[in-house]
Design a protein around this ligand. Structure first.
Ligand SMILES: *Cc1c(COP(=O)(O)O)cnc(C)c1O
Length: 380
C-alpha cells in the first residue's frame, strides 16, 4: 500500500467546482491586487479567529516579518545585519524547535533571535525558561503553536506584560486551534498565519495573514505591506511588498468554509492513531494539554531508532517527515549568535526522536491502520 504524507489532490477533487467558480470571476475582473476578495477574506479570518482586524500578506514568513517591522522591532539600528555581534541590538525570544522562518524573520528585521528551550511533552517553548533570557534589549516573544497546538500562553502573556514586551504568535500551523475557548492568534499583540499549501488552510501558492485586536497596529500593518506608504507616493516608514493576491484570497474564502471539517478529520485520525498505538512501549503519542484543541497540522510521534523506523516505513510505501532535524540555534547562518551543541538539550533530543505520520483528513482508515501495523512490525 502507498500512503503519502499529504495528498492535496484528493482534497481538491472534493472542492474543485467551488474553487474554480471563485477563481474565474477574478480572472474576468483582472483585479489581481487588493481586490474585493482580499477584504472579504480578511473579514472572514478576523471573525473566525476572534480578532478585530486581519491583514492579508504574502506568506506566513511575511506575516512575522511585517509584524516585527510594524512594531518597529529591529528598526532602531537599520544597518545591523549581524545579529549577534551587534551591541545593543533589539532581541526577540523564540524557540529553536520550529520552522526556519520564525527565527529568520527576526534576523531579517534586524533583531537578534534569542532562543529558549522547549517543553518536552508539547514541543512548544517552555515558559519557565523565558524570564532568564530577558535583557534590557528584549522587545518581543514569538511563541510558536507547533504542530497545531497553542503554546502555554498564560505565563507567556504574564511575563510579556510584566516586562512590557510584544507577543507575536507564530500560528502558521495553528489556524483554528483553541486554548481555553480562545483561538490561536487572539492571544498576542499579533497572530500570524500561513496559507502555504500544506497548512490546514492552504492556498494555491503562498499566502498569509496577520490578525490583531489593535486597530492602530492594523493600520501600520496595511501600510507595511505596501512599502510603508500611506498612499502610493508618501512613505511613512520602510515596509515591503507583502500583499496577498486576490486569486489566493478567492480560493481561500472557499476553503475557509471547510476548515473546521478538515481539522476535525485530522483530530479523528489522531484519536484513532492514539488508540491503535496504545500499548506499544516504544511509541510516545502526542500530548495535548488540558483546555487545548489541536488542529494537528502534524501528528508527531517520539520514537527510539527514528531514522531506521523512517526507512522501514519508506520501504513499505509510507511517507513520513522529520520536523525538525536541526535546532535553529545550530544552523550555519546563525553561527554568529554563538550557540553551541548542547545549549538546548530538550530540543536536541527532540530532533533525534520525532517523526510525523500522515494525518490529512482524507486519509482512509485502511491506510491509517496500515501505517500503525508497519510501525508495530518494526518494533516487534
Ligand atoms: C509554515 C511556517 C511558517 C512560514 O510560513 P510560509 O507561509 O511558508 O512563509 C512560519 N512558521 C512556522 C512554524 C511554519 O510552520
Amino acid at each position: 500500500m502507498n500512503v503519502p504524507l499529504l495528498d492535496l489532490k484528493v482534497q481538491y477533487a472534493t472542492i474543485r467546482d467551488e474553487v474554480m467558480a471563485a477563481i474565474v470571476p477574478v480572472m474576468e475582473s483582472q483585479y489581481f491586487i487588493n481586490g474585493p476578495e482580499v477584504k472579504q477574506l480578511e473579514a472572514a479570518v478576523a471573525k473566525y479567529s476572534g480578532c478585530a482586524e486581519a491583514i492579508g500578506v504574502s506568506s506566513g514568513t511575511d506575516a512575522l516579518l511585517a509584524s516585527l517591522m510594524a512594531l518597529g522591532i529591529g528598526q532602531s539600528q537599520p544597518a545591523c545585519r549581524v545579529g549577534a555581534t551587534c551591541e545593543g541590538c533589539d532581541e526577540v525570544i523564540t524557540t529553536p524547535f520550529t520552522f526556519f522562518a520564525t527565527a529568520g524573520s527576526i534576523w531579517r528585521a534586524g533583531a537578534r533571535p534569542v532562543f529558549v528551550d522547549i517543553e518536552p511533552k508539547t514541543f512548544n517553548i517552555d515558559p519557565a525558561g523565558i524570564e532568564a533570557a530577558i535583557t534590557e534589549h528584549t522587545k518581543a516573544i514569538i511563541p510558536v503553536h507547533l504542530f497545531g497546538q497553542v503554546a502555554e500562553m498564560e505565563p507567556i502573556l504574564a511575563i510579556a506584560d510584566k516586562h512590557g514586551l510584544s507577543v507575536i504568535e507564530d500560528g502558521a500551523q495553528a489556524i483554528g486551534a483553541v486554548r481555553n475557548g480562545k483561538k490561536a492568534g487572539a492571544f498576542g499583540t499579533t497572530g500570524c498565519f500561513s496559507f502555504f499549501p500544506s497548512k490546514n488552510l492552504g492556498g494555491c501558492g503562498d499566502g498569509g495573514m496577520v490578525v490583531t485586536q489593535d486597530a492602530e497596529l492594523a493600520q501600520r500593518l496595511r501600510w507595511c505591506r505596501g512599502h510603508g506608504g500611506k498612499d502610493k507616493y508618501h512613505n511613512l516608514f520602510v515596509g515591503g511588498n507583502f500583499r496577498l493576491d486576490t486569486l489566493q484570497a478567492a480560493a481561500l474564502l472557499v476553503k475557509l468554509a471547510h476548515l473546521d471539517d478538515w481539522s476535525a478529520g485530522r483530530r479523528a485520525n489522531a484519536a484513532r492513531y492514539n488508540e491503535l498505538f496504545a500499548g506499544v512501549a516504544e511509541v510516545t503519542t502526542p500530548t495535548i494539554l488540558e483546555g487545548n484543541e489541536s488542529i494537528y497540522n502534524q501528528y508527531v510521534l517520539r520514537v527510539p531508532r527514528r531514522d531506521e523506523l523512517q526507512a522501514h516505513l519508506k520501504a513499505n510505501g509510507v511517507s513520513t517527515a522529520v520536523y525538525y532535524p536541526v535546532g535553529l540555534h545550530l544552523q550555519d547562518c546563525f553561527q554568529a549568535l554563538g550557540y553551541e551543541a548542547g545549549a538546548f538539550p530538550v530540543t536536541e533530543r527532540a530532533t533525534q526522536e520525532v517523526v510525523a505520520l500522515p494525518v490529512y483528513p482524507e486519509l482512509a482508515d485502511e491506510q491509517l491502520v496500515y501505517v500503525v501495523e508497519t510501525v508495530k512490525q518494526f518494533f516487534a
